[in-house]
Design a protein around this ligand. Sequence first.
Ligand code: GUN
Ligand code: ZN
Length: 438
Amino acid sequence: MRGKLALRGDLLDFSGTPLWQSRATDGVRWRPDHWLLVDDNGRIAGALPGHQPPGEDWQKMDHSGRLVMPGFIDTHVHCPQLDVIASHGTGLLDWLNTYTFPAERRFADPAAAQAGAALFLDSLLEHGTTCAVVFPTVHKVSAESLFEAAAERGMCVLAGKVLMDRHAPDGLRDDVAGAERDCEDLIHRFHGQARNRYTVTVRFAATSTREQLAMAGRLLARHEGLYMQTHVAENVDEVKWIAELFPEARSYLDVYARHGLLNERSVLAHGIWLDAEDRRRLADAGAQIAFCPTSNLFLGSGLFDWQAAVDTGHAVTLASDVGGGTSLSMPRTLAEAYKVQMLRGTRLSAWSALHAATRGAAQALGLDHEIGHLGEGAMADFVVWDWAVGAAARHRDAVARGEVPGLAAQDLHARVFAWMTLADDRNRVATYVAGRRH
Ligand code: GUN
Ligand code: ZN
């Protein structure tokens, strides 16, 4: 039995959607020096000003002067790819063949899959991420290990066995009938168990036959509430290859649409090389694009057009895409997102970036009753952060707070933007999942 917890710090989350390209605080909920109250079921019970602590029956944790935010939601990341993060010299298709496919074979071994899942989820927590949409590997045991490790930690994880029945090496291919059986068994055992959600996981159109894509669509139609994840329009050579493989499709995205894979619980990574019609279909379906800036830069894939997504009205969330991406840290991911958008002439605000990585992602996943904010009734998935680590960052934070003589104090956006740009896992002090400290 855990008791009731009150944790003091500067509370930052979102009560609404910030205005695009604006530093105004619309939708921002800023409660400096407050007690965050967590009940004994691991849910948020409210907040009180710092000078009004709750009674004796609340265990107190004083993190005064630290930032407290909802745990980040990473909407696209690969568990087995901690093996290949930071591998040199290739674009997407070469990178898959040279580094990634060979490494993923290791997860056929149950011991490797279990150790890999534990390392991966503990690393997410160390980086301040409490929920993720995750690719394991084609091996059933890799999905089982991930779901079991998530349940042990109380984490909300969306995942499913990767489907790939062609254009992959030996040891990494399944077949339609076997994959369907494995998926049915995994759905039965894990979907809605603990905080796990089963996610039909098509690696990308190139590694599934039409028959397998159709089977994935049937799974989604057969089982209410399943999620779907895949990659789309990441790299120019990839887009060309998909057009050759599926000449009947209008576009890469259309391959998924034709097989019943687009709905409001679909998470498609990248979406750099989409056109206006594709974006409209995403908006109509209520599907989201997971923008993966560190991966898009590292693999030289391209610059995602967030403005076009806003104009069309489909959701955009933020993702590390490790191991194509270079860090599990969401602050680092957001900092790179800002830079990518600058290259496109868009001034991403700290508010829009942080919202997309917390409450916006929760909304896009239909999970904002449970995660993504510090409102009453939400699960107590939150992270305590140092505002600054190291002399230079501490100085920058002091400038923002108006403590450096000769320089005027800055507004809240300026301070939070500097934090987002400079922070990483060194800033993380504690991660709480359902009220339990990790
Ligand atoms: N497309 C298909 N598989 C992958 C993958 O593992 N990473 C990335 N970034 N793109 C992919
Ligand atoms: Zn990916």
